[in-house]
Write a protein that binds this ligand. Structure first.
Ligand SMILES: Nc1nc2c(ncn2[C@@H]2O[C@H](COP(=O)(O)OP(=O)(O)OP(=O)(O)O)[C@@H](O)[C@H]2O)c(=O)[nH]1
Length: 354
């Protein structure tokens, strides 16, 4: 080896060292690939360097990093089928390509105006093609003698690309798991028929409001709603119409309480419940009356009801729960609701102040 060759070998080793050290700086896949591509372009003064990652599940490769001084159809996110073009063939077969002159090459796809030479090497891990490193030039034979070096770069960065790919898959799986968990959590707290909160969530709110009221000494209030003569509604109009009626009532109640401190839930069957912290019995009574009149105003026909339309009865209770907890308030609201039914329905009754 003469001194010129020794100097070139030393420079190549230094280049490889630099690329290896910047590649492993952190494990986010896209920045990592971009660092490799930028380093190759800078070290060798290449006009176009790209890295495509192989998406085996979709049978495609997709460009994830790019350095180009030339006008090209290729951009980040550019994807093609495995096997298509030289990059696609390299991705599909794991073969390297060192094309001195692209003119006449059987699988060359012209994505870069006037490309004359192309270098393409697979990034392999465990015999599987993870990615393809690709360089292109407008000059014939621009990469002469560089294939081994390019392959060495590919094998140097294969480990970190593999690890970054795994990390990316893990992060994706983690995000999907979190989404699924949120959906599940939401489903488990939402009533399927009406879309408002369910009894489970109401019980949670009740305990939470009870704790807050006991700690602060400030009142809380509960109201229970029951649709009047609903058995008769079902019997007259059918169960599906009964379901639709419950949905309309739920929407109406939700619209009234929207933006207020009241939290509304379907309590079960044809019953709804609402709870509010920092509100006393009289404050809740006023809201209860709005709720009652809003449902009446829906004007849903009901032949079995004295008014000829669907109505609700409401029981209200409020105060600071004592040692026996906030459940006492729900029992008191239930007793008031029973009185509202007995006193003719379509009305609001409240428990004595407590
Ligand atoms: N369509 C439908 N009906 C329901 C649902 N849940 C409960 N119901 C019906 O609601 C009716 C409640 O009837 P009752 O408890 O006898 O009370 P009511 O007929 O409303 O009479 P009062 O409460 O005394 O005014 C029953 O017929 C239940 O089948 C539901 O999800 N969909």
């Amino acid at each position: 080896m003469d001194s010129g060759e020794q100097g070139q070998a030393r420079r190549q080793l230094e280049t490889l060292g630099r690329i290896a050290s910047i590649a492993g700086q952190d494990l986010a896949l896209d920045p990592l690939l971009q660092r490799v591509v930028d380093a190759l372009a800078a070290e060798f003064d290449w006009e176009f360097v790209a890295c495509a990652v192989v998406d085996h599940a979709r049978g495609e490769f997709v460009c994830r990093a790019l350095h180009s001084r030339l006008r090209s159809d290729v951009g980040i996110g550019y994807r093609r089928a495995l096997g298509s073009g030289v990059v696609g063939e390299c991705a599909a077969t794991g073969r390297s390509f060192d094309i001195e002159d692209t003119r006449g090459h059987p699988n060359f796809v012209d994505t870069l105006d006037g490309t004359r030479s192309e270098l393409c090497v697979p990034v392999l891990h465990d015999g599987r093609v993870l990615a393809v490193l690709n360089a292109e030039s407008l000059r014939v034979g621009a990469f002469r003698g560089q294939l081994t070096l390019f392959q060495t770069v590919a094998s140097l960065v294969a480990g970190v690309i593999h690890a970054a790919g795994l990390l990316e898959q893990l992060q994706l799986a983690n995000r999907q798991l979190q989404d699924a968990y949120r959906t599940l959590e939401n489903t488990s707290r939402t009533d399927a028929l009406t879309g408002i909160a369910n009894r489970r969530r109401f019980d949670y709110w009740l305990a939470e409001a009870g704790d807050a009221a006991q700690r602060s000494g400030r009142p809380m209030a509960v109201l229970l709603v029951d649709v009047d003569h609903f058995k008769d509604y079902n019997d007259s109009y059918g169960h599906p119409a009964g379901d639709a009626c419950l949905r309309r009532i739920a929407r109406c109640l939700a619209d009234v309480v929207e933006g207020s401190p009241l939290r509304l839930a379907r309590y079960g069957g044809e019953e709804f419940a609402a709870i509010a912290s920092g509100v006393d019995r009289d404050g809740m009574l006023a809201t209860a009356e709005w709720l009652r009149s809003a449902v009446e105003a829906l004007d849903i026909g009901h032949g079995g009801s004295a008014s000829g339309r669907v109505s609700i009865s409401i029981g209200v209770a409020g105060g600071v729960p004592g040692e026996d907890g906030p459940e006492r308030l729900t029992e008191a609201a239930d007793a008031a609701l029973y009185r509202a039914k007995r006193n003719g329905r379509n009305r609001v009754e409240s428990a004595p102040p407590g």
